[in-house]
Design a protein around this ligand. Structure first.
Ligand SMILES: C[S@@+](CC[C@H](N)C(=O)[O-])C[C@H]1O[C@@H](n2cnc3c(N)ncnc32)[C@H](O)[C@@H]1O
Length: 201
């Protein structure tokens, strides 16, 4: 899928997205704890790629992490800067991160890989690996499922991943899973999952 399509789709619903999901109080406490556990408490920059409204970047900064938010959508970056004036937010793409090789301690990709067709994942993971320092940590939030499956997400087509399959793809790209979080779906929410993985080579 073309990035321009994703950018336009999120720009069109940015206000609503911010209203529904734009503060860390609207995030699940288990997710906040998982993200904090793996991406704070160590020196070095943490990139929140696909940061959207910037609330998780701000959450990480509140825990002392040197977190930087990056997103494709100018409306999200403008909101993040206005809401978190001491934060650092940049317009950009996770596909080509404007940072030196081996310079970041961690990357958060929280529901920001969900729109990528599976064949595009390896290229993005290679870019993450390029930027990450040895033993850096990657945290991914995603929709869980029994098979890789495209579905009609409210913003733009998204993909579910079985956690084991995603974990294997991470391993192939040099990231070893260290913790997993899974929440079954119900009448109001899709099944959700997160994986934390450490750069292993
Ligand atoms: C489902 S939202 C998640 C936003 C935020 N992480 C959160 O948890 O609320 C997906 C986000 O990924 C961003 N995104 C998608 N592809 C991107 C890319 N290639 N580079 C940077 N951001 C991207 C979108 O603009 C959108 O803000």
């Amino acid at each position: 899928m073309h990035l321009e399509q994703v950018r336009q789709a999120y720009a069109a619903v940015a206000d609503l997205y911010i209203e529904l999901f734009g503060t860390s109080q609207q995030s699940h406490v288990d997710d906040l704890a998982f993200i904090g556990r793996h991406l704070s408490g160590r020196p070095g920059t943490v990139l929140d790629v696909g940061c959207g409204p910037g609330h998780l970047t701000a959450h990480l900064r509140s825990l002392g992490a040197d977190a930087v938010g990056i997103d494709l959508v100018p409306e999200f970056i403008a909101h993040a800067v206005a809401s978190h004036p001491t934060g650092i937010y940049r317009l950009g793409s996770m596909d080509t991160l404007d940072v030196a090789d081996h310079s970041v301690a961690g990357i958060l990709a929280w529901y920001s890989l969900i729109h990528r067709p599976p064949h595009e994942l390896d290229g993005i993971l290679a870019e993450f690996r390029r930027t990450m320092s040895p033993a850096g940590t990657l945290v991914i939030g995603f929709f869980d499922g029994d098979e890789i499956d495209a579905f009609d997400h409210k913003v733009v087509t998204a993909y579910r991943w079985p956690a084991d399959v995603l974990s294997n793809r991470l391993a192939r790209a040099g990231f070893t899973e260290v913790e997993r979080l899974q929440r079954p779906g119900d009448d109001t929410q899709r099944a959700q999952a997160a994986i934390a993985a450490r750069l292993s080579i």
